[in-house]
Design a protein around this ligand. Sequence first.
Ligand code: BTN
Length: 259
Amino acid sequence: MKYSKEELSEGLNTKIVGKKIFVFDSIDSTNACARTLGDAGADEGAVVIADFQTNGRGRMGRAWQAEPDLSLLFSVLLRPPISIERSGLLTLYASIALARAAEKAIGEEVECKWPNDLLLRGKKFCGILLENSFQQGELSYAVIGAGVNVNQNPLPPELSDRATSLAEITGETLDRKHLFQSILTELDDLYAGAQRGDFSFITTEWNKRCTIFGKPITVQQHDQVISGTAVRLNHDAGLVINTATGTQTVYAGDVTLVP
Ligand code: BTN
């Protein structure tokens, strides 16, 4: 990686997140690596970051591809005392930390798209992949992986209608180390609430950044499409939808606004 682990840790003043940073030029997937650390009993707060992934993972079995050196590709290992049912709230926690850091970097409001995308000017610049590991019905660890489009400018033509990057928005190259440290600091600041099981102000902030409530949407899942009006988030990060046949809550899927 362009930065050494010493450089990435220099001046970082966090209590938990980023206490140990593992740095790679190239790796299969930072999420896979963080899971290996989790299985091996590593302390929470460990972070794996790489300049390139050969097998980057996205949601719903998709691949996450990013050219070398332009993104932030990293995963954080956490062990919050949280039930299986509520573990989806960790995605909202990560979304808010990433949104805050991005806003500080570029001075423009970030939109949250359920369940785990961040948008600028209606286009995705960041995806989050939460992978949980359970043992005997308890969360043993959570891996929060994030891919942030930082310095791609312009975006490849095949992506440019739905993806953007921070540099495309500002017209300037960003300092990836500074942004990375800022994200870890936001994650660390917000973690105390998550550890207490208090996600109230995370969901409040997430709701403010979400623009689909009250609007007609479809949710594409692996095997079905659900249509209706997006109502709100429920207490464990599910999306409540009013459909023709009644109210449904979904926990995964791709949301599209119906024009
Ligand atoms: C999505 O939008 O589908 C989620 C994408 C998450 C990608 C990140 S890149 C770093 C981390 N390692 C992975 O293999 N995936 C996540």
